[in-house]
Design a protein around this ligand. Sequence first.
Ligand code: ADP
Ligand code: ASP
Ligand code: MG
Length: 458
Amino acid sequence: MRVMKFGGTSVGTVASLRNVKKIVEEAATEPVIVVVSALGGVTDLLLRAAREACACNREWQQTYDLIVSRHHDVVFSELVALERQQEVWSGVEILLKRLKDYYTGIELLEDFSDRTQCNVVSMGERMSSFIISHIIKDARLFYSPDFIKTEKWFDKNIAATPLTDRLICDTFRDFAGPVAIAPGFISTDAATGDITNLGRGGSDYTAALLAASLGAQVLDIWTDVDGFMTADPRIIKDAEVIPHLSFLESMDLCNFGAKVIYPPTIYPVFHKNIPIRILNTFNPSAPGTLITDEHHDVTDHTFRGVTSIAATSLITAAPDSRFPLPELHSRVLNVLSKQGVEILLTSAASPTSPLKLAVRATDAPRALRALREDFAPELSEGTSPVFTEREDVSTISVVGENIKLHPDISLKLLGALNGAGIDVPASATGASGFTFSMLVNADRHQDALRTLHALIFH
Ligand code: ADP
Ligand code: ASP
Ligand code: MG
């Protein structure tokens, strides 16, 4: 059994769907489960129309019409058999009608709650999977919210295991092929049954959960680039495909900003030792990237890639005699971990210099609130360090398992940035030991990526 996931760009147009059809039908000599995203750009359109409706901006109707026409173009194309087109369109229209009702309600109430948002965005994958199940020969449609169950983890939805695992196994127990189609991204809350989702980019995670529960031989992530690359190809024009990565390297690359795989995706397949391949729908014969549990020998390249998280916040607190660094550090880490805030980097140059922590900009308000609340007694007595925030920074990371064998590397990287006139307010090696991260001014973020990529890959 093989699980294949096609992202938004792969299912975005009639031309790209033609490739998807060919790839899946050729692979269907063994049972395949195909996870699909919404048609490329549709999730953004769904949200845009909702925001417009909520602001009583009548343009939501044009945005809605655009959503209608994107799906109409696909249904009334040569991809769907002529005699089935009207019937398929009637099925899509039921969902579109519901969507329009949601928008009317949002406009009327001027309210766009989280629950409504989940219902609105679910329509993208519901429509795409329904249509694609009529494009691919002998395909059977499954409804992921029936078996992908979520629970809240702070502000995120994560898969509720082992319930999801059991439901996936029950659902696919009798599936012997050739093709199952399942919408990515969408799920239901394990406790309430309300529609939820796995977060933006979450279709990768749906595919990984299916692959892991069903013991697939391989998880294929089909996208619009030739593989996992040494840097974001939109910024680094000469970025190259990385032929092989270990699970751990790919986890760090994704956690530190490589958009090609949604970070939670890797853990379930890593746990079951199921390889991941990153392949290009638009160039299916390219070898792509293979991600496995094999590690590299010491002679192998030190670096695998350079990544960035553009919107980072730097939180600083200065230790003093009443609050020495080790005590301050451990209490801060404890507070943030209880809030589920991921710390991208933590550093203090010496026991008397300020403690610096980098977090995603979206996590910063929650992090600061929690720190100020926890330290409130000491803050009111004036015995606690004051937490300050700097918002205009980006995190740049270089990743490679063999970095740890070259302790002088950090000096080289910092020297290169210094040579390019790029200030680095903080830097540190990550917990895994094979990621070195540096903060830079946000307006120099692309320069820093270019400088480091040129240094290490040329
Ligand atoms: P999909 O719609 O297939 O899920 P995504 O947009 O989520 O695609 O991810 C693929 C995109 O990720 C590529 O088009 C590329 O621009 C971007 N990307 C960012 N960093 C990398 C990287 N290191 N390697 C490959 N692609 C990357
Ligand atoms: N359609 C969702 C998004 O755009 C999920 C995905 O594509 O993986 O984020
Ligand atoms: Mg994606």
